[in-house]
Design a protein around this ligand. Structure first.
Ligand code: CTP
Length: 401
């Protein structure tokens, strides 16, 4: 995904410098060639050995102690991008004024490559007019700013200024180089089956493996999208995917409804429980107490809630795992849930659905369109689903068939 991209990772002296280690690792995992440059102040926060071990080159810290006599121009000229993470108020100010005070600020001056900065500082410093003015100037110059989040800051204060999550930072870098058909788009996918606890040991679950949802997330990422994956399973996912781990239908509902509005395409591939135990026993239910009666209640229908809250231009995709009358039930679900597309499969057919690496689906559109995808790899099915969704995005409608 970032294969062969040369990224200079500038680390400045904020407490959040430790999170740059995770960013470094994820960039390397995605195939980037990462050159870490640590400022004097960063060296007070994190050890260079860790970066040297994880990055593609040893850490650089000084204009004077490098084997190359002008390291800043060499790095500035050869970088495909420079990422400053975390970016303190000091480096932001240096970059705005063009001050060359150390190896990192000199490299930033000596480059024409895209620059991405991830500010992290105390709320007061973030809100200070000087910082905001500096950031405004940098944004107008084309510097990409990954804004800080609200949260706990050094010293226990709470407020805006916490470094963006490493996944968000890495996503910004992936987006920078994305060229696929979904570049500039965001996709939220759910995967796996929910588990509804009966007691601390037992739960009501289903056979969903999460493979189809994970395949959709990976293909969307490869096609250039910014991807959020809300999953119940332990399957791996690319480090550039914003992964949210959940277990129950209620957790999935909160995770999805809280994020859906900011996504262009929302795909409910998860098998969400329709019922959950009315009460969860605090202690393991003992068989000496006889056969328990587990009363159930309905869970909220997440897809239907998404259908009601759908913003104009957003594309909503549901799944329908059926064992008979596939098209009829799927068409009914389209109308009932307010989705644009339903991906229906007959899970009783050989090689289809749960736990298999293959799937065969019918993609039915609210406009009456029908696409049959014969038994294929789940990645191919993912491609067909994403194509069907992408052609319904407002700017792409002219390409739809
Ligand atoms: N779904 C959901 N929330 C639920 C149940 C299902 O969002 N509580 C979503 C699934 O993720 C899937 C779609 O709805 O995208 C279809 O799920 P399904 O269980 O097949 O549909 P139901 O409406 O529950 O219909 P039925 O069980 O009667 O077939």
């Amino acid at each position: 995904m970032l294969h062969g991209r040369r990224i200079v990772l500038g680390v400045t002296g904020g407490i959040a410098a430790y999170k740059a280690i995770e960013v470094c690792r994820r960039l390397v995992d995605l195939g980037a060639h990462v050159t870490p440059v640590l400022t004097e102040a960063a060296l007070n926060m994190v050890g260079p050995t860790t970066f040297t071990a994880l990055a593609s080159e040893p850490v650089k810290t000084s204009l004077w102690r490098d084997s190359h006599h002008i390291p800043h121009t060499r790095m500035g000229q050869t970088a495909d991008a420079i990422l400053v993470c975390p970016a303190t108020a000091r480096i932001i100010s240096d970059l705005r004024t063009g001050r060359s005070a150390d190896l990192l600020s000199a490299t930033l001056l000596a480059t024409t490559a895209p620059v991405v900065i991830c500010p992290a500082m105390h709320t007061e410093m973030w809100e200070h007019p000087a910082t905001q003015e500096n950031l405004g100037v940098l944004a107008r110059r084309g510097v990409i700013i990954v804004p800080p989040e609200e949260g706990r800051l050094a010293g226990g204060d709470i407020g805006k200024g916490r470094l963006a999550d490493p996944a968000t930072v890495v996503q910004a870098m992936v987006e920078l180089f994305a060229t696929g058909p979904l570049s500039g788009r965001s996709v939220l996918v759910t995967a796996g089956g929910t588990r509804e606890p009966i007691d601390p040991v037992r739960y009501i679950g289903n056979r969903s493996s999460g493979k189809q949802g994970h395949a959709i997330a990976e293909v969307a990422l490869a096609q250039g999208a910014k991807v959020t994956l809300v999953t119940t399973v332990e399957l791996g996912a690319s480090p550039a995917i914003d992964r949210v781990q959940v277990e129950t239908a209620a957790e999935m509902r909160d995770a999805v409804l809280g994020r859906a509005a900011t996504h262009d395409i929302v795909i409910m591939a998860a098998a969400v429980a329709d019922f959950r135990p009315l009460a969860v026993a605090d202690e393991k239910i003992k068989k000496t107490e006889g056969v328990p009666e587990v009363l159930l209640e309905r869970t909220d229908d997440i897809l239907a809630a998404l259908g009601q809250a759908k913003r104009p231009g957003q594309v909503l995709v549901g799944f329908a795992a059926e064992t008979s009358n596939v098209r009829e039930y799927a068409t009914d679900k389209l109308a009932r849930k307010g989705a644009d597309l339903i991906v229906a499969n007959d899970v009783s057919a050989p090689g289809v659905g749960f736990a298999h690496d293959t799937n065969a689906v019918t993609i039915i559109g609210v406009d009456g369109s029908v696409v049959e995808v014969a038994l294929s790899d789940k990645s191919d099915v993912a491609r067909a689903v994403l194509n069907a969704a992408a052609t319904r995005l407002p700017d792409n409608e002219s390409q739809s068939s």
